[in-house]
Design a protein around this ligand. Structure first.
Ligand code: SF4
Length: 378
């Protein structure tokens, strides 16, 4: 009989070969184990040999601690058999359709491109021309997509009240298949609220007001269905707004003014530390997704300055609105360009050399804006 040291198929392995360490993640219970040096070498062999390796009696003695770790935590163990154990070890298989799709010569046929659209963000600046017909046409076409919400970011509302209000009313009629979230600056909120007062509840219930000034009009807090988004860049602003909302019933959140944030503040309030990463619940689906695409950015189109981008921050221009591309064509472009939709941690420094690259949350707009991909203390 041979002795085989094996890992179960639900255990995912991430290596940092430079540091000679690896991370085992049990995707059933999210427990994680960091192994280094000689243990790392053993895991490397297990990984290269379809999740099991043959051991001699001496190996069994030397690796007793690993056998115990595997057995005590139900992530593998020692098996005696003549033949190599057959283990369904993890092979990434998600987004297979997309990879197949990229190689098709006739991509419009037999593939529902629209199912890859989850969100649309539209930036409306009252000082610029609003190509509302083109935007409404895209929203109309999104009816058979996977879209869940449309975000409207409105600036300079007072410069073009009539046209923006008319656009929102029209949007309300064509976007019944998803929610509409509107964000507006606190200085323009009351004028905006007055303009849409006859619009349907759909709009009124999803408004967030961006507050970036401590002396904002406190009457906003009495408004129903309004979320407050406090823009902060340091600890004193954070404390100010936190004290202000304590014991209140308002819905609020914080928005980081990342360009002005100091590093100490980010380290204390935003960066993940090692324990937090180790405690994170991670499913097999999320782990696999983290290897292939960016779940935070995938499926979002952004319309800004009458151009369509694949991402809020530093995204690529996919098309101009005036080109009248169909929604399907726009999503197709976002899928085939190697862009932010597929920006995973294993493509950027320093994450690509780190054992947590498939475990950490996907890269966010904040990290893109800061051009820094390690919002962590690891
Ligand atoms: S953010 Fe990057 S460097 Fe930091 S722990 Fe995660 S993968 Fe590692």
């Amino acid at each position: 009989m041979n002795k085989w040291l094996y890992l179960d198929g639900y255990v995912e392995i991430t290596f940092s070969h430079n540091k000679k360490e690896c991370l085992l993640v049990n995707t059933l219970d999210s427990k994680k184990y960091i192994l280094t040096n000689s243990d790392y070498q053993v895991i490397k062999k297990i990984h290269a040999n379809e999740y099991s390796i043959k051991l001699t009696d001496n190996d069994c003695k030397d690796l007793n601690h690993l056998i115990k770790l595997f057995e005590d935590n139900s992530i593998g163990g020692l098996e005696e058999s003549n033949d190599k154990p057959f283990i369904f070890y993890p092979i990434i298989n998600i987004q297979r359709d997309i990879r197949k799709f990229k190689n098709l010569s006739y991509r419009d046929q037999g593939y529902n491109t629209l199912e890859n659209l989850f969100e649309l963000s539209v930036h409306i600046d009252g000082k610029n021309i609003l190509l509302s017909d083109q935007i409404l046409k895209l929203v109309y076409e999104s009816e058979h997509s996977s879209i869940a919400k449309i975000n409207l970011h409105i600036t300079n509302f007072n410069s073009n009240k009539v046209e923006i209000t008319e656009f929102i009313n029209n949007l309300n009629s064509v976007a019944k298949h998803c929610s509409i979230n509107i964000s507006i600056d606190h200085t323009e909120y009351f004028a905006f609220s007055e303009s849409i007062k006859d619009s349907q509840e759909l709009v009124k219930n999803n408004i967030s007001v961006l507050v970036d000034n401590q002396s904002f009009n406190k009457e906003i807090l009495k408004e129903k269905g309004v979320d407050i988004l406090f823009k902060i860049s340091n600890e004193s602003q954070y404390n100010h707004y936190s004290n202000f909302v304590v014991n209140s019933h308002i819905d609020y959140n914080f928005h980081l003014d990342i360009k002005n944030c100091n590093t100490d503040f980010l380290k204390e309030f935003v960066f993940l530390n090692k324990d937090e990463i180790l405690d994170k619940i991670i499913t097999k689906q999320n782990y696999d997704a983290n290897k292939t695409l960016n779940k935070a950015l995938f499926g979002k189109l952004v319309i800004k300055n009458n151009k369509v981008y694949n991402c809020e921050t530093k995204g690529k221009v996919i098309a101009k609105l005036e080109d009248n591309k169909t929604l399907k064509e726009l999503i197709y472009r976002a899928l085939v360009d190697n862009n932010e939709w597929f920006l995973t941690r294993n493509k950027v420094k320093p994450c690509k050399g780190c054992i947590f690259k498939n475990t950490c949350p996907p890269i966010t707009d904040y990290e893109l804006e800061a051009t820094q991909y390690n919002f962590c203390t690891v």
